[in-house]
Design a protein around this ligand. Structure first.
Ligand code: SF4
Length: 277
């Protein structure tokens, strides 16, 4: 084990994990290049469900650690099934933390995927850095890039700001979409919107589809109890009454359908690319 500019490099025993639970119908496998997440102290980290995984955190505060799986690309080449498979990257970290610039772990995995491509790669990220990887993503046969943008508000009272501004993430979507990649805006978990129609118009400039997911039913517990134990619901309600309830998701879904006809997904269906008719 050694330190590398803010990321500890570790060797792991396997890299592809069979999807179950929420991701069961989304992809056959998940892939996490890192353990921990350096975006964990930003807005998305407040409600991030991964922080409740004690096996993974080992008691460390969420956002305080990042371990890079230095042998990930090599393991990928060894584990990639011979039968068609799909990959969700990532379910328990962000594949593009700032340290990726020097650690290059996700980069090496994408290069390995060009040798043994999955039938479909779903990239899930909060990071505008994903736009820097456009060439590697274009080298794969089928890619869907999900960029999380939970709200059109940059500020929530008492909560940290997002790691990347809304505009930077929309711009990343524009870059990738212009290059020919399928891009999806993830309102996940949905936070209160300030100007719903205006937000949808902005998202149309960078994304071909939209996913709306609420923490109720979307945080790995049946009723949203994991998120209920955080500050998020109280702040959501203080900003917009009713936004911590599932009805708010349905209101936003109806709004989104007017801007992305046939291209709005809800919950796991959305992450799987199954959209409302
Ligand atoms: S980027 Fe993803 S994994 Fe990291 S803290 Fe935010 S929600 Fe959690």
């Amino acid at each position: 084990m050694r330190y590398y500019e803010g990321v500890i490099l570790v060797e792991t025993r396997s890299i592809l994990t069979r999807c179950s639970g929420y991701l069961r119908t989304v992809a056959s496998h998940s892939l996490n290049p890192y353990i921990g997440c350096s975006l964990g102290r930003s807005l998305c980290g407040v409600g991030c469900y991964v922080q409740h995984n004690r096996f993974l955190t080992k008691g460390r505060p969420w956002g305080s650690f990042l371990e890079g799986k230095v042998n990930a690309a090599w393991l990928y080449l060894r584990e990639a099934p011979r039968v068609p498979f799909s990959v969700f990257m990532s379910s328990a970290t962000d594949p593009f933390p700032p340290q990726e610039k020097t650690a290059g772990i996700t980069r090496a995995i994408l290069q390995a995927m060009a040798i043994k491509p999955p039938q479909c790669l779903i990239v899930q990220t909060h990071s505008a850095m994903v736009a820097d990887f456009v060439d590697l993503l274009l080298a794969l046969p089928s890619v869907r890039v999900h960029i999380s943008i939970e709200s059109d508000r940059e500020n929530f009272p008492g909560l940290p700001r997002p790691a990347y501004s809304i505009e930077r993430r929309i711009e990343a979507g524009r870059v990738l979409r212009k290059a020919g990649l399928e891009t999806v805006a993830c309102l996940s978990p949905l936070l209160p919107l300030e100007d719903g129609p205006g937000f949808m118009e902005r998202l149309q400039t960078g994304f071909g589809a939209i996913i709306v997911d609420h923490f109720v039913g979307g945080d790995g517990s049946a009723t949203g109890s994991r998120t209920q134990a955080t500050r998020l619901p109280e702040v959501m309600e203080s900003v917009r009454q009713g936004s911590a309830c599932l009805d708010y998701r349905d209101q936003v879904v109806e709004l989104a359908r007017g801007y992305f006809p046939g291209r709005v997904g809800v919950g796991p269906d959305g992450f799987a690319g199954r959209y409302l008719k």
